[in-house]
Design a protein around this ligand. Structure first.
Ligand code: ZN
Length: 275
């Protein structure tokens, strides 16, 4: 017999989890989430009620590997380790878990629905969540995925810096500039899951909408998981247009600096992260 899910009778929480499932489906459909590739976390504290707060932990607390004081006692939905995005899209509570950060800010407890161990990248995602809270941001979601065209660009040396990448992508289509106004930060290659990669990502995410890990993938933060997906999607769309134009012959022209400034001014686009 199937046990009752905490999502039953909790519309707001169910809505957030359903959005995670919807985005997981897009990641798979886009070819960005092979096997168990990619991770996501979402801060669900605002939609956690006393009934969930009273639930016992499903297993003893596990160490995060970092002390993260700004997310003390907060609640997250996190994709499970080894779980596939395409499975999460159908069964989010079998392929992810609602966890709580303990009061020592160094451990987490799995609370619902099942003890699905979170992603091995949990420390870096929680470090991002901690950074967002500490900076007073209203952002709630983190997304790591493997967008094909952006990763391909990170194999070409001349694109391996934030300014060149950002300018090239912005110049492809006005919407990229409008919807990713802070651009794409570049992080040189680091071994996945290391503190060095997490720290380099934290450094860049304060400046850019999305961060590109050389020869690996992207990390985005967003007001919700759909927002984090959209940021990644508009940047990858620009990369696709760049490549499509390149195949027609010659280096794509791109919008001029004056044209891009005109768009920035017209839409009064932010140059630094809006909280
Ligand atoms: Zn990855």
């Amino acid at each position: 017999m199937k046990t009752k899910s905490v999502l039953e009778g909790r519309q707001e929480l169910a809505k957030v989890i359903a959005q995670c499932a919807e985005v997981a489906g897009y990641l798979w459909q886009n070819g960005w989430a092979e096997r168990n590739g990619g991770n996501l976390t979402c801060d669900v504290t605002d939609v956690i009620d006393d009934g969930i707060r009273a639930l016992p932990s499903l297993a003893p607390p596990l160490p995060i590997g970092k002390v993260l004081p700004s997310i003390k006692g907060r609640w997250f939905y996190a994709k499970g380790t080894g779980c596939r995005m395409r499975d999460l899209s159908r069964e989010p509570m079998d392929n992810g878990c609602i966890i709580r950060i303990t009061d020592d800010c160094a451990h987490y407890e799995m609370v619902a629905d099942k003890p699905v161990m979170p992603t091995s990248e949990l420390p870096s995602h929680l470090a991002l969540q901690d950074y967002l809270r500490a900076s007073g941001s209203s952002y709630k979601a983190t997304l790591h995925t493997h967008p094909v065209e952006l990763v391909a660009m990170s194999h070409i040396r001349r694109f391996c810096d934030s300014a060149t990448l950002t300018r090239t992508l912005w110049s492809m289509i006005p919407e990229t500039l409008a919807f990713a106004p802070l651009g794409l930060g570049f992080v040189p290659f680091q071994i996945p899951g290391t503190v060095e990669l997490a720290d380099a990502t934290l450094k860049e995410i304060g400046t850019y909408d999305v961060v590109l890990w050389e020869k690996h993938g992207t990390v985005a933060v967003g007001t919700d998981i759909m927002d984090a997906f959209d940021q990644t999607d508009v940047l990858n769309k620009a990369a696709k247009i760049y490549m499509a134009a390149l195949r027609l012959g010659g280096e794509p022209e791109g919008m001029t600096d004056a044209q891009m400034r005109g768009i920035q001014d017209l839409f009064n686009l932010p140059r630094t992260r809006v909280k």
